[in-house]
Design a protein around this ligand. Structure first.
Ligand code: ATP
Ligand code: MG
Length: 331
């Protein structure tokens, strides 16, 4: 049974909130003070939609409950990782319209780096390795193939590209230039530790997390900044032993990470995606009538593809957390 799909738009109008930013899949809102109409400077509402992307397209067919599953999975992970890093969540008591798929978070100044770590070789990491024998400049043993487990997780940072552009891989030295050597070392170590912990927990449940992207931010008050969101920050002067380096955004979800089923893992070929394989298989089959090499948008998904894909997300949540998924109920 598939619940009725609600609005496919990434960022609905929300009374009492101002939309600040609408990403491909999520929306970011400032709560407004009911008396003055002023923006809350300390909190943001982060809303995950049911939209799904594949082959670099956002599909026009939503996957019911996806935003809720991913939000609740992220909340569960924040708890599992709490001893490694503080997180940004303040409350799950959100407007009814977005219940279950939104969280109030501390409004942070985000470090200008996408913190990626890889535990297995594939995608962009594999392409670099094939060309140079390294990943993000780190030399690796010979003979690794698509899907190989790396001897240990490697930090492979990238730029935070503006909307619509692709993130570009950067070296650790470039991260040091962007945020200074102390913060660079801290976010590298945290990112690797998060992926390592994630895989320790997921392995017991039959899931491999091949790679992941996390984002960190710092409370502006701890940076000695006022309310102006545009103030230039001298990251290199920030001492990570003095301020909190806060884990923000979403964490260890299928949208920020590659999830593989451990039982299907077979290095030497492209691995099956835990969450998106049904969708990809249909999109690339004659049944869809779509050519992914063309620049036409993908077609509307048939109900069975929607239902099977929804089931994958729910299964990933339930398998990982050991909890039943209930739509709309905050974890
Ligand atoms: P993409 O669709 O490629 O992921 P995106 O990362 O720009 O694009 P979203 O992930 O939908 O879009 O948007 C989330 C945005 O919110 C990111 O820019 C992220 O840096 C920002 N963000 C997440 N948590 C916080 C926070 N606590 N304070 C301030 N900004 C945050
Ligand atoms: Mg993002």
């Amino acid at each position: 049974h598939v619940p009725t799909a609600h609005t496919p738009e990434a960022a609905p109008q929300l009374p009492g909130h101002e939309l600040l930013y609408s990403g491909k899949v999520r929306g970011l809102y400032a709560p407004l003070d009911p008396a003055t109409g002023q923006r809350d400077q300390e909190r943001l509402l982060l809303v995950a939609s049911d939209r799904i992307s594949a082959y670099d397209h956002v599909l026009d067919t939503p996957i019911p409950d996806k935003g809720s599953v991913l939000t609740q999975m992220s909340l569960w992970w924040f708890d599992q990782l709490a001893d490694l890093a503080p997180h940004h969540v303040i409350s799950t008591d959100v407007p009814e319209q977005v219940a279950g798929r939104a969280v109030y978070v501390r409004r942070l100044r985000m470090l200008p780096v996408e913190c990626v770590a890889r535990a297995f070789l594939t995608g962009g990491g594999l392409a670099e390795y094939a060309a140079t024998g390294t990943v993000s400049g780190v030399p690796l043993p010979e003979g690794l193939v698509d899907g190989s487990r790396l001897p240990e997780p490697v930090f492979t940072p990238s730029t935070k590209a503006p909307m619509g552009e692709h993130d570009q891989p950067i070296s650790f030295a470039e991260v040091e230039e962007l945020v200074g050597p102390r913060l660079a070392a801290r976010v590298r170590d945290l990112t690797v530790a998060i992926l390592q912990r994630g895989n320790e927990i997921a392995a017991d449940r039959g899931i491999l997390i091949a790679d992941t992207k996390v984002e960190f931010g710092i409370d502006p008050a701890q940076l000695g900044l006022g309310d102006g969101a545009d103030e230039e920050i001298d990251w290199a002067s920030v001492d990570p032993d003095v301020v909190d380096v806060v884990l923000a955004d979403e964490v260890l979800t299928p949208d920020s990470s590659r999830f593989w089923r451990a039982s299907e893992w077979a290095p030497g070929r492209t691995q099956t995606s835990y969450d998106k394989q049904v969708l990809r298989d249909w999109l690339t089959s004659p049944a869809s009538g779509w050519d992914k090499a063309s620049d036409t948008p993908p077609p509307t998904l048939p109900d069975d593809v929607v239902e099977l894909t929804r089931a994958r997300y729910v299964e990933a949540y339930e398998t990982l957390t050991g909890r039943p998924f209930t739509a709309g109920t905050p974890a």
